[in-house]
Design a protein around this ligand. Structure first.
Ligand code: NI
Length: 167
């Protein structure tokens, strides 16, 4: 396994739209394992393939405190969504930025695991928000783009400052 490089906003590659996975082979399993390792090492609670510059519909998520409940979603699809969430979210592509974005409180999702087995999952709270956030990445959307222009400008300025400091 290996940790992968995570793209930082506003990298244009974060806006690529991911294609569905059509072949469930060893290279997919390796990618999923590397994505999980990258997410745990960051540390984060979710990672989309888009963020490691692989433009396929693959997400890894683990919102458990013990970090032992990995969920792999390949070609995820939302079947139902209800309610309104009030959870602030962050993103490994925008370290240190936390904002409230409008999301459903509960979602029912259909997906495949890395072996090609289909399943459905009902999620609420943090898991629900995390899945919706990662699914947006697959569409080339970054969560801050749902905020006002003014807020986005402030966030870009803050990230640029962070970059200068770390350079
Ligand atoms: Ni993210």
């Amino acid at each position: 396994m290996a940790t992968l490089n995570i793209l930082r906003y506003p990298d244009a590659r974060l806006h690529k739209v991911a294609a569905p996975v059509t072949v469930f082979d060893e290279s997919l399993k390796k990618l999923v394992a590397d994505m999980a390792e990258t997410m745990y090492a960051a540390p984060g609670i979710g990672l989309a393939a888009t963020q490691v510059d692989v433009h396929k519909q693959i997400i890894v998520v683990d919102v458990s405190d013990r970090r032992d409940s990995l969920i792999v979603l390949v070609n995820p699809e939302i079947l139902e969504s209800t309610g309104v969430s009030d959870i602030e979210e962050g993103c490994l592509s925008l370290p240190g930025i936390y904002e409230l974005v409008e999301r459903a409180e509960r979602v029912k999702v259909r997906a495949f695991d890395q072996n090609g087995t289909a399943f459905t999952l009902e999620a609420q709270g943090l898991l629900s928000v995390c899945i919706q956030h990662e699914m947006d990445h697959l569409k080339g959307k970054v969560f801050v783009e749902q905020l006002s222009q003014l807020k986005q400008q402030r966030i870009r300025a803050r990230l640029a400052k962070q970059l200068r400091k770390s350079a």
